[in-house]
Design a protein around this ligand. Structure first.
Ligand SMILES: [Fe+2]
Ligand SMILES: [Fe+2]
Length: 174
């Protein structure tokens, strides 16, 4: 009889571990965007507050998608502990810069997951994470387009509110 553990799970230990790490990153992103939403709300930047509230929901959806996958494959998804969530931010532009940084970090994480999948020949997980890699293209695109508005419109005078008003119109066209 073969190793009993392999009957229970089809996930390589390293893959299970890196996916659980990603669950943590998505949960952290969700909490970060929620904090940004609150900060924007406090500053009277209502469209950005809505934008980050939606982003926060999306990140939780990403987390749950990974969570379900780990369990579906016979692994054990771990409910993540979320720590170090900042609630204060330096500037309006700063939060969008941090957003782009956050999304670039996540893209890099998924690239590393992809590398590991190939190395360990886990083509099922490799295929599963393609959706996330595609999603990252959109997330980075939107953050960059928003940052461009800061350059074009500028924050002086009513600029801030002008930028905020345009936030809901920034969309990725597939
Ligand atoms: Fe995400
Ligand atoms: Fe994201």
């Amino acid at each position: 009889m073969k190793d009993l553990l392999s009957l229970k799970t089809s996930l390589h230990e390293e893959i299970e571990q890196i996916l659980n790490e990603q669950i943590k990153h998505e949960a952290h992103a969700s909490a970060l965007y929620l904090a940004m939403s609150s900060w924007c709300n406090d500053q009277g930047l209502d469209f950005s507050a809505d934008f980050f509230a939606r982003q926060s929901d999306e990140e939780r959806t990403h987390m749950l998608k990974l969570f379900k996958y780990v369990n579906d494959r016979g692994g054990k998804a771990l409910s993540p502990e979320v720590t170090n969530v900042p609630n204060d931010f330096e500037s309006f532009r700063g939060i969008y810069e941090q957003t782009l940084q956050q999304e670039m970090f996540v893209t890099n994480q998924f690239n590393q997951i992809a590398d590991k999948c190939i190395r360990l020949k886990d083509y099922v997980t490799f295929q599963f994470i393609q959706w996330f890699l595609q999603e990252q293209v959109e997330e980075e695109y939107v953050a960059r387009r928003i940052l461009e508005m800061f350059d074009v419109i500028g924050e002086e005078g009513t600029g801030k509110w002008e930028i905020d008003k345009h936030i809901p119109k920034v969309a990725f066209d597939e």
